[in-house]
Design a protein around this ligand. Structure first.
Ligand code: 5GP
Length: 180
């Protein structure tokens, strides 16, 4: 275990097993509807999850795209997000499956979901590796959830603290002494 980690919350083995379960469920749900979702990952934290999850989705011609967004400084309104990197694909009539690392307040995700509908998406669903229901400040929810966790600051498997720890293969709680 990394010296800055207080506790491993979700091990690498648990993550990979969960990706298999989620991938199977997503495959079944979309195949049943005869739909081919476009996976859209929000940079940068979702990249390891996108990479492991997409290998478990058995749908022909599955495509993915990435986007990067940030909140405007001091913004409180749901619509106030800035696109730092936009999608390459048109979303007209497309079923989007947003791939997230963690849903906390849900404020960013609510705004992104809105924006994707405004770009013409037919349907927007969310798959998140981690959910912190205790932090929610919007009514957004994920259709597919890997693990529900308590309200603690976590790092690893894409999640950072000051851009570090993204490469840890597990999700862990960062020692509080490092940021308090
Ligand atoms: P929300 O709009 O749901 O509050 O923001 C979600 C984003 O906040 C996530 O994509 C992630 O970048 C960041 N975030 C929320 N909780 C945590 C956490 O415990 N650890 C880390 N590293 N980032 C978090």
């Amino acid at each position: 275990m990394h010296k800055d980690v207080q506790e491993v919350l979700v091990s690498e083995e648990m993550i990979l097993k969960k990706c298999k379960e989620l991938g199977k469920q997503i495959t079944e749900d979309y195949s049943k509807k005869g739909e081919n979702p476009l996976l859209v990952a929000l940079l940068k934290g979702s990249i390891p999850f996108l990479s492991d999850l997409m290998k478990e989705i058995d749908i022909d011609n599955l495509k993915f795209d990435v986007m990067a967004v940030s909140s405007y400084d001091g913004a409180k309104s749901l619509g106030d997000i800035k696109i730092n990197l936009d999608l390459a694909y048109s979303l007209k009539g497309v079923s989007v499956l947003l791939v997230e690392d963690i849903v906390d307040t849900g404020v960013t995700l609510a705004a992104v979901k809105n924006m994707l509908y405004n770009k013409g998406a037919k349907d927007v669903k969310i798959v998140t590796l981690l959910d912190k229901p205790g932090g929610r400040k919007s009514d957004v929810y994920a259709e597919y959830i890997g693990f529900s966790i308590k309200n603690e600051f976590v790092i690893g498997y894409g999640l950072d603290y000051n851009q570090s720890y993204r490469n840890l293969p597990y999700v862990g709680v960062l020692k509080k002494s490092l940021y308090e």
